[in-house]
Design a protein around this ligand. Structure first.
Ligand code: ZN
Ligand code: ZN
Length: 384
């Protein structure tokens, strides 16, 4: 090759020239993805740092790209779903269950349900609103003195510690946890607490509905089953095919009237709707309680460790890498279990557990999200 550098140059030039010419002939919508594909292949072939992780990332890049676009487009649909489903449960609670409770429950139970139910509802609505409307926090785009750990390849700005780029929002987010489609917003430094509190109170609300509506659900389910059998008997339709044929001609009594015209129906339309609403509410709240409960538990574990969802992956990778060298990795943002919770909720004194955790509070989080204190483990950051 060294003997004929001129010839090789010419060949490469020809290839580049021909590929450019063929590229210009392609329609515009095809040119961009093809160029992107070529860039991926080149970065894989001409990169001395390529390893299995880089290859996997590159292969899955189009999948991530599609997911990003879908999440961006369906963001409002997911928010609408959350509002519509929560409202449907509220309508059932106010129009079906409250009148029943007013007639049957003792004053003590009634007071408990009204107080707890409304407190839980206020906490859900407040935290959901704040989580969707509060900006997660962005690093400054102008020149500044904030210490940074790397540079974002997409925004071309310095990234402070714990900052990550969100492909859906297309910007860098301070202490980014994840992009939440149910909020249509990123979860970052300034709305992480609202997001977690929303998950927590939504799970508690669903458990409350599921537990207190359990007997009503069993009654409604049995009633619907009974009603189905009555419907079949009424029409004189046994389960067999012959019975179906018989059922075409309604059987008559002595006076010549059809059977199902004379006896009054045991269940009115209102009863039927009531039972179906109770079943719908119970199934929905129980499902959400299990699914969201699992997610909330996972986030609680992460908060106890002083990690975000993204840092969990980074830290476990780093821990494995260090373990190979016989070292132990320590998360620099882990201030000890209780301290992590105090920092997360902004608890600075004992009364804050009530006013800032169990009641709606719009206080700003601890720190600015740009610089982070690195404390040794177990040191009490916020003495209570
Ligand atoms: Zn970025
Ligand atoms: Zn985002």
């Amino acid at each position: 090759m060294r003997q004929c550098p001129g010839a090789l140059h010419l060949l490469l030039r020809c290839m580049r020239g021909s590929s450019r010419r063929s590229c210009h002939r392609l329609p515009r919508w095809l040119r961009e993805p093809l160029g992107y594909l070529r860039l991926i292949v080149r970065s894989l072939c001409f990169n001395s740092l390529t390893n299995s992780d880089v290859v996997m990332d590159s292969v899955l890049e189009p999948v991530f790209w599609m997911v990003d676009i879908l999440t961006r487009w369906f963001g409002m649909v997911f928010v609408f779903l959350v509002i519509a489903l929560t409202s449907s449960v509220l309508i059932i609670a106010y129009f079906c269950l409250l009148p029943l409770a007013l007639n049957t429950y003792s004053t003590g139970w009634l007071l408990w349900h009204i107080c707890y139910g409304h407190w839980n509802l206020v906490m859900i609505v407040f935290h959901y609103y704040k989580a969707t409307k509060t900006s997660p926090g962005y690093p400054p785009k102008m020149k500044n003195d904030v210490p940074f750990v790397s540079v974002c390849k997409k925004c071309i700005i310095p990234k402070p510690a714990r900052t990550h780029h969100c492909g859906i929002c297309n910007t860098c987010i301070l202490k980014m946890d994840h992009h939440c489609p149910w909020l249509n917003n990123c979860v970052g430094h300034f709305n992480h607490r609202y997001f977690f509190s929303f998950c927590l109170f939504m799970t508690l609300g669903c458990i409350y509905c599921s537990v207190s509506g359990r007997n009503l659900f069993i009654d409604a389910y049995n009633a619907i089953e009974r009603f189905k059998h009555m419907d079949v008997e009424k029409q004189g339709v046994p389960v067999t095919g012959v019975g179906l044929l018989i059922g075409i001609l309604p059987p008559t009594d002595m006076t010549g009237k059809s059977y199902y015209q004379t006896p009054p129906p045991p269940y009115t339309f209102k009863d039927k709707m009531f039972h179906k609403s109770v079943i719908y509410m119970w199934v929905l709240t129980s499902t959400v309680a299990v699914a969201l409960g699992g997610l909330t538990m996972w986030h609680a574990i992460l908060i106890s460790r002083g990690e975000t969802s993204i840092e969990r992956h980074i830290n476990s990778k780093e821990a494995k890498r260090m373990a190979k060298r016989g070292k132990v990795y320590k998360n620099p943002f882990n201030y000890g279990k209780l301290n992590n919770w105090k920092v997360f909720f902004g608890v600075e004194k004992r009364s804050h557990w009530l006013t800032r955790v169990l009641l709606p509070s719009g206080h700003a989080p601890y720190g600015d999200g740009l610089t982070w204190d690195i404390y040794p483990l177990k040191k009490d950051m916020m003495p209570v």
